[in-house]
Design a protein around this ligand. Structure first.
Ligand code: ACO
Length: 343
C-alpha cells in the first residue's frame, strides 16, 4: 500500500457534502487548413525565426469560410460523447466558452445543442476569453455536485481567424482556430475536479480587447474602416500580467489541495506563448517533463487552448486515471484560473 501523503479535497475540507465531479471523456477538433510561419512570411513582414523564437509557434489551423465556431464545437463534442458512450439525450446542460460566437446572440451553445441533437439540454455561453474553459468547467461541476444535473458538456471553441487583422504582424502570427470538449459526470471512484481558483482584473480590460461590435461601439462603416472589429493587444503588458496571474493562480490551487508541484503528473498551461509557459514553469518549479505543450501546432486558440491540450495529453497517455493534473490559464478581461483534477 502506498505511504505517500494523500491530497486534501478542498471541497470536503469546507464541509461540502455533495457529490464529486469528474471529466469522464474528452474530445477535440481542429480545422484541416494549416497556415505555417512560411505562409505568414508571404502575408506580412515577419519571419519563421522571429515567430519561433518569440512565441514557439510553427503553424496554426484555420477554419474555412463556411466553418463556424459552433461547427468545430459540435465536432469536438461528438468525439467526447463517443469516447464516453454518451448519447445526445443524456446531456442535461451545454456550456460553450468562446469569444468568437457564431453571432452575438443566440448563444453558440444553443446552436451546438441543435447540431448534436441534445434536445433535453439547457445551453448557454461563458465569456472569459482564454480562461473560459476552466471557468466553464467550474460552473459545470457546480451543477453536478449540487445534484441538479447528471451530465454536463463543457466546450471551449474559437474561430479567432474571424477577428484577427491579417495585415497586423503584431497579432496575426499568434492565433489559431479549434475546439475541445469535456463530459462531466459524478464518478464514485474519483475526486475529479478538486478545486478551481478564478480571478479577474477589469481595470486592465484595454490590454487585450476587441473594441467594436458591442453596445459601446456598434458596427458602422467608420468602425469597420478603423479596424475596431479586430482583436487588439498590448503584447508586452499582457505577457507580464500572464506570468504573474498564472503563477498566483497555480500556487493557490496547489495550496488549497495541500499539494506540492512534484505530485502533479501533468501541467496543462494556456498555450499562448512558449516563453510565458517557461517563465511560469521556472517560478512554479515545474520540470520540463511535467508540462504539456502543443502550441507549436495550433498557436493560441483562446478558450479552446487547454481543452485541445487536455484531449491530446489524454490520447497520448500523458495523463492516466488517478493522475493529478494542474491546468493554468490566463486571458483577456483580464481573467485567470487554475484547476487541480484527479483524473
Ligand atoms: N514579425 C516580426 N517582427 C514583429 C512581429 C512579427 N510577427 N510582431 C511584432 N514585431 C516587431 C514589432 O513591430 C516591434 O518592432 P519595433 O521594436 O521596431 O517597434 C518588435 O517586433 C516587438 O518586439 P517586442 O515587443 O520585444 O516583442 P516581444 O518579445 O514582446 O514579443 C509578443 C511580442 C510575442 C506578442 C509577446 O509580447 C507576447 O507573446 N505577449 C503575450 C501575448 C499573449 O499571450 N496574448 C494572448 C493572451 S490570451 C487571450 O485572451 C487571447
Amino acid at each position: 500500500m502506498s505511504t505517500q501523503k494523500q491530497f486534501t479535497n478542498p471541497r470536503a475540507k469546507h464541509g461540502f457534502r455533495g457529490r464529486t465531479c469528474s471529466i469522464i471523456s474528452v474530445g477535440s477538433y481542429v480545422p484541416e487548413k494549416v497556415i505555417t510561419n512560411a505562409d505568414l512570411e508571404k502575408m506580412v513582414e515577419t519571419s519563421d525565426e522571429w515567430i519561433t523564437t518569440r512565441t514557439g509557434i510553427k503553424e496554426r489551423h484555420i477554419a474555412g469560410e463556411k466553418e463556424f465556431t459552433s461547427d468545430m464545437a459540435a465536432k469536438a463534442a461528438l468525439r467526447a460523447m463517443q469516447r464516453g458512450n454518451i448519447t445526445p439525450d443524456q446531456i442535461d446542460l451545454i456550456i460553450v466558452a468562446t469569444i468568437t460566437p457564431d453571432m452575438p446572440f443566440p448563444a453558440t451553445a444553443c446552436l451546438v445543442q441543435h447540431r448534436i441533437g441534445a434536445r433535453r439540454a439547457a445551453a448557454f455561453d461563458v465569456e472569459a476569453a482564454c480562461s473560459g474553459f476552466i471557468y466553464a468547467l467550474e460552473i459545470g461541476q457546480q451543477f453536478i455536485t449540487s445534484r441538479t444535473y447528471e451530465t454536463v458538456l463543457v466546450i471551449g471553441a474559437e474561430k479567432l481567424s474571424s477577428i484577427v487583422d491579417w495585415k497586423d504582424r503584431n497579432t496575426c502570427v499568434l492565433f489559431g482556430d479549434g475546439a475541445g470538449a469535456a463530459i462531466l459526470q459524478h464518478r464514485p471512484d474519483a475526486h475529479g475536479l478538486l478545486t478551481a481558483c478564478m480571478g479577474a482584473e477589469g481595470d486592465k480590460a484595454e490590454l487585450l480587447c476587441m473594441p467594436g461590435g458591442g453596445s459601446r461601439c456598434p458596427a458602422t462603416p467608420e468602425s469597420v474602416a478603423s479596424g475596431l472589429h479586430f482583436l487588439r493587444m498590448d503584447g508586452k503588458e499582457t505577457f507580464k500580467n500572464a506570468v504573474i496571474a498564472m503563477c498566483t493562480a497555480g500556487q493557490e490551487a496547489l495550496r488549497r489541495c495541500d499539494l506540492d508541484i512534484s505530485r502533479i503528473k501533468c501541467v496543462i498551461p494556456h498555450q499562448a506563448n512558449r516563453r510565458i509557459i517557461d517563465a511560469v514553469g521556472d517560478r512554479l518549479g515545474i520540470k520540463p517533463d511535467q508540462v504539456f505543450v502543443n502550441l507549436d501546432k495550433y498557436g493560441n486558440t483562446s478558450a479552446a487552448s487547454v481543452a485541445i491540450a487536455l484531449d491530446e495529453a489524454v490520447q497520448q497517455r500523458r495523463i492516466q486515471r488517478g493522475d493529478l493534473v494542474l491546468m493554468v490559464v490566463f486571458g483577456a478581461g483580464l481573467t485567470w484560473a487554475a484547476a487541480v483534477i484527479e483524473w
